[in-house]
Write a protein that binds this ligand. Structure first.
Ligand code: UDP
Length: 328
């Protein structure tokens, strides 16, 4: 019998790519998504393929979740409130979706002893200044009156809860801390910088660099992230552990803007937008964010393979293939 995977949030950017990869590897794939930020267009091409199912429901629909968990060998839990903009604008939704949703998934998985791969985030490193970030580093979050940190805190609770299910109930769980992941199908609607810059470049609009643009990130292609998630889902020794998943190719946001202009051949100007105007007053950004990936390298021999220019070219090609270049 084929192995069966349930992907919560599978109609989203990462989930839709993951679903394709699991299908190609011979899995039966079920996606559970309420299409709140996910999009049916991301998975429309999978509908009708043998071994593929799509359930349009929330992870907080206990009846649907129970049924699907009972039919899964592994659950990759991606459903979450994502995107800094969304998090700042809708903190109640963020906290409730992330904490109650994960609790529901773990409870359902525990009833049927399905393995859970929890997608966490590099946000949990908060304002840590010792880069690269290692899985066992201390974390430094900002105060509770800054909504941004609610996301990190909610994901930390998810991690604690998953590890508690592992230790106390023997549930096999794996935690993947995803760093900035980019590629085709990612939307810029919730703040993500790469689709925003590429869209601005293709439309000839100013590239909106927040702050002074000296903050840096490492951008990992979604195909590399998907390979890591599949490897973690399959490897027995990943269970009970936390893994960073991300690229080590660090770039400042200002340089990113220039690379986007070069790759797209755009003449858009670069516009520096103060943080207070981009987000809420008092918004705190992370200066640098680089993963230490030695743990996943040691277990799986995993390395990101797609360089940034290739990623940007792919995102631009995907956007140009849309009926309209999306405007963010
Ligand atoms: N950013 C920017 N212009 C935009 C959107 C984002 O300069 O239009 C910056 C943002 O302030 C951050 C970086 O790009 O420093 C990455 O932002 P994103 O929201 O993609 O991910 P984050 O790493 O902050 O979660």
């Amino acid at each position: 019998m084929s192995p069966r995977v349930l992907i919560t949030g599978g109609a989203g950017f990462i989930g839709s790519h993951l679903a394709e990869a699991f299908l190609a590897a011979g899995y039966e794939v079920t996606i559970l998504d309420n299409l709140s930020t996910g999009r049916f267009e991301n998975i429309a091409h999978l509908v009708g393929q043998p071994g593929f199912r799509f359930a349009l429901a929330s992870i907080q629909n206990a009846i649907v979740l129970d049924r699907l968990a009972s039919e899964a060998d592994v659950i990759v839990h991606l459903a979450a409130a994502v995107g800094v903009q969304l998090i700042v604008e809708r903190p109640v939704h963020t906290i409730e979706t992330n904490i109650m949703g994960t609790e529901a998934v773990l409870q359902a998985a525990a009833r049927y002893r399905a393995k859970v791969v929890l997608a966490s985030t590099s946000e949990v490193y908060g304002k840590g200044v010792r880069v690269p970030f290692r899985e066992d580093d201390d974390v430094v979050l900002g105060p509770t009156d800054k909504s941004r940190w609610a996301y990190a805190a909610s994901k930390m609770v998810d991690e604690f809860l998953a590890l508690a299910y592992y230790r106390e109930k023997g549930l096999p769980v794996v935690i993947a801390r995803l760093f900035n992941t980019v590629g085709p199908r990612q939307t810029g609607r919730y703040g993500m910088v790469v689709p925003r810059f590429v869209s601005q470049a293709l439309r000839g609009l100013p590239i909106t660099v927040y702050g002074d643009g000296k903050q840096s990130r490492c951008f990992c292609d979604v195909s590399d992230t998907v390979r890591a998630l599949m490897g973690l889902a399959r490897h027995p020794d990943a269970v009970g552990r936390v893994f960073n998943v991300g690229s080590r190719e660090e770039i400042t946001i200002r340089e990113l803007a220039e690379r986007v202009l070069a790759v797209t051949g755009s003449r858009s100007p670069i516009e520096f937008v103060p943080y207070d105007r981009a987000y809420a007053p008092g918004f705190e950004d992370m200066a640098r964010r680089v993963p230490d990936t030695s743990r996943i390298e040691a277990l799986l021999g995993w390395h990101p393979q797609v360089p940034l220019d290739t990623i940007l070219a792919r995102v631009a090609a995907w956007m140009q293939a849309q009926p309209d270049v999306p405007a963010y």
